[in-house]
Design a protein around this ligand. Structure first.
Ligand code: LLP
Length: 432
C-alpha cells in the first residue's frame, strides 16, 4: 500500500489533502501516513509468519516518537544504535526488551544504560567491544545478552555508502573469526550468548544477496546455535523500496502494478528466505527501516522562484539539503510531483534548495510540470532517512512533521523556531 494518491486532483495522504496540511502547518513539511506504516509492518510480519520472528524497526530511518509508537502498538521492537535512540523508544512507550543495540562505537555509558533498561541483545561489532560489555555488566553484577555481528563478505550490489557486509566496511566481525570469538566469549562470565546477527547493506532491490549471505553463514549459525544454546538469528534490514513509482499516473495500488516486477516485496523476500531459515529452529529477527518508513512519508515544499538561466530552468524551493540530504549525499532519486495534479507538457527542470552549495539539488534536468512561484511540490519516499538526517545548516529550522491516520491529522513535531537553533549556545564568558 502507498497512502499518497491524487483524490479529486489533489495529492492526498490517506483522506487528507496535503494542501490543507500546508495551510495549517506551512512548508517545508514532512507528512507521514500511519496506515502505510502499519500496512508495511503487517505485510512483512505476515510473510514471516511460518518462522518464529520479531521485527525490530530500524529507527535510524525515522525516529519520530509518534512513528515509533505507531509501530510499537503493532508489536514492533527496535534496532537502535545509540542511547538516544533507546531513550526515544522509552519516551514513545515502546518496549526496551524488544530492542537490539547495534553500532561499532558503543560507549560505557550507553552500554550501562541499555543494561539498566533490559534490552534484548547487544549486536557486537568487535572483540574489544565484547570485553567492554563484559566489564560494564560485571560492574553492574548482571549478565549482558550479546550476539556477534558476522560480516559475511558478500557484495550487496547497492550504493557504496550504504554497503556494510564486505571486508571494506567497518561493520561486523570477519566470518572466519566468528567461531573463535564465540569460544572466547563463552569464558567471559558476565555475558550471555544469545544470538548471531548479520546485515549486508541497505536499499537492496533483489533477494539474491540476502540469500547468498544466509546460505554462506547458515552452517556456522547452526553449529553456534547448538554449541552455545543460542536463541535468535538476525538477518538484518536492507529491503529496498521503489523510489520512482510513477505516482502521477494515478495508479491505485502500486503493489499490484507491473512496475513492481522485480521489486523486493515481502512475499518474494519471505518465499526465498523462509525455506532457508525454517530448519534452524531459531527465532528470526529482521531489522527493516526503509521498507517500513520510506514510502510512508513525503516532504512538501513550496516553489519560491523559477529562474531561467541560459540553458537551465531552476525551480527554487523552500526545502533544502538540510531537510532531505539523500539526493546530495547519495545522488539518490526522489520522485517529485505537484500537489495539484498536472497533465500536459513537462519542462526539464532542476529542483534546488536555497542553501549556498551547488550540491543542494533534488534533481537535474528532470521533466516536470511547468510550475510557478507559490506552487506546492511533494518529494516522495521521504519517510526514511529524511527528517532524521536533517540539520540546521545555514541556520535553517528543522521542518515540522505531521502524522495522518484516515481523516485525522496530528502535528507530531512542531517547526523549530529560529531561536531554538541557538538555544544551546552562549557568548563566551569574556563577551558577555
Ligand atoms: N540494521 C543495521 C545493522 C543497519 O546498519 C541498518 C542501516 C539497518 C538495519 C536498516 O537498513 P534499511 O532496512 O533501512 O535499509 N542513510 C542511508 C541508509 C543508511 C543505512 C544504515 N544502516 C540512506 O538514506 O539511504
Amino acid at each position: 500500500m502507498h497512502g499518497f494518491k491524487y483524490r479529486h486532483g489533489k495529492l492526498s495522504c490517506e483522506q487528507v489533502a496535503l494542501s490543507d496540511l500546508v495551510r495549517k502547518h506551512g512548508t517545508p513539511l514532512y507528512v507521514y501516513s500511519a496506515g502505510t506504516l502499519a500496512d508495511h509492518y503487517q505485510r512483512l510480519d505476515q510473510a514471516l509468519a511460518p518462522v518464529p520472528h520479531q521485527i525490530c524497526f530500524a529507527m535510524k530511518s525515522n525516529s519520530n516518537l509518534a512513528v515509533l509508537r505507531t509501530l510499537a502498538d503493532l508489536g514492533s521492537g527496535f534496532d537502535i544504535v545509540s542511547a538516544g535512540e533507546l531513550a526515544r523508544v522509552i519516551a514513545a512507550g515502546g518496549d526496551a526488551r524488544k530492542c537490539v543495540f547495534a553500532g561499532v562505537g558503543k560507549t560505557e555509558a550507553e552500554i550501562a544504560f541499555a543494561l539498566r533498561q533490559g534490552i534484548y541483545s547487544f549486536n557486537v561489532e568487535s572483540e574489544p567491544e565484547l570485553a567492554r560489555i563484559n566489564l560494564v555488566a560485571g560492574r553492574m553484577h548482571t549478565q549482558a545478552p550479546v550476539a556477534l555481528r558476522v560480516n559475511p563478505n558478500v557484495d550487496a550490489h547497492t550504493h557504496a555508502k550504504i554497503t556494510t557486509g564486505t571486508y571494506e566496511n567497518k561493520f561486523g566481525i570477519a566470518f572466519e573469526n566468528i567461531e573463535g570469538i564465540y569460544e572466547r566469549a563463552r569464558r567471559l562470565k558476565n555475558l550471555k550468548l544469545r544470538g548471531v546477527q548479520m546485515h549486508i547493506g541497505s536499499q537492496l532491490t533483489e533477494v539474491k544477496p540476502f540469500a547468498d549471505a544466509i546460505i554462506k553463514v547458515l552452517p556456522m549459525v547452526a553449529r553456534l546455535a547448538k554449541r552455545h544454546e543460542l536463541e535468535f538469528f538476525s538477518i538484518g534490514g536492507g529491503m529496498g523500496i521503489v523510489y520512482d513509482p510513477a505516482l502521477a499516473s494515478g495508479e491505485a495500488d502500486w503493489w499490484k502494478q507491473k512496475r513492481t516486477r522485480g521489486l523486493l516485496t515481502p512475499a518474494r523476500y519471505a518465499n526465498t528466505l523462509v525455506p532457508l531459515l525454517r530448519n534452524l529452529k531459531l527465532r528470526i529477527l529482521v531489522e527493516p527501516g526503509r521498507f517500513i518508513s520510506g514510502n510512508a512519508g513525503v516532504l512538501v515544499t513550496r516553489v519560491e522562484h523559477v529562474k531561467q538561466t541560459g540553458r537551465k530552468r531552476f525551480v527554487i524551493v523552500d526545502a533544502a539539503m538540510n531537510d532531505l540530504i539523500r539526493p546530495a549525499f547519495y545522488d539518490s532519486y526522489h520522485e517529485i510531483v505537484p500537489l495539484r495534479l498536472a497533465r500536459g507538457k513537462t519542462v526539464k527542470s532542476d529542483v534546488v534548495g536555497p542553501i549556498c552549495e551547488s550540491g543542494d539539488s533534488f534533481c537535474k534536468d528532470r521533466p516536470l510540470p511547468a510550475v510557478k512561484e507559490g506552487d506546492l511540490l511533494a518529494l516522495m519516499s521521504a519517510g526514511a532517512y529524511g527528517s532524521v538526517m536533517g540539520s540546521n545548516y545555514n541556520s535553517r529550522p528543522l521542518a515540522a512533521e505531521v502524522l495522518v491516520r484516515g481523516a485525522r491529522t496530528s502535528l507530531i513535531r512542531r517547526r523549530q523556531s529560529i531561536s531554538d537553533i541557538w538555544a544551546g549556545e552562549t557568548l563566551a564568558a569574556w563577551q558577555r
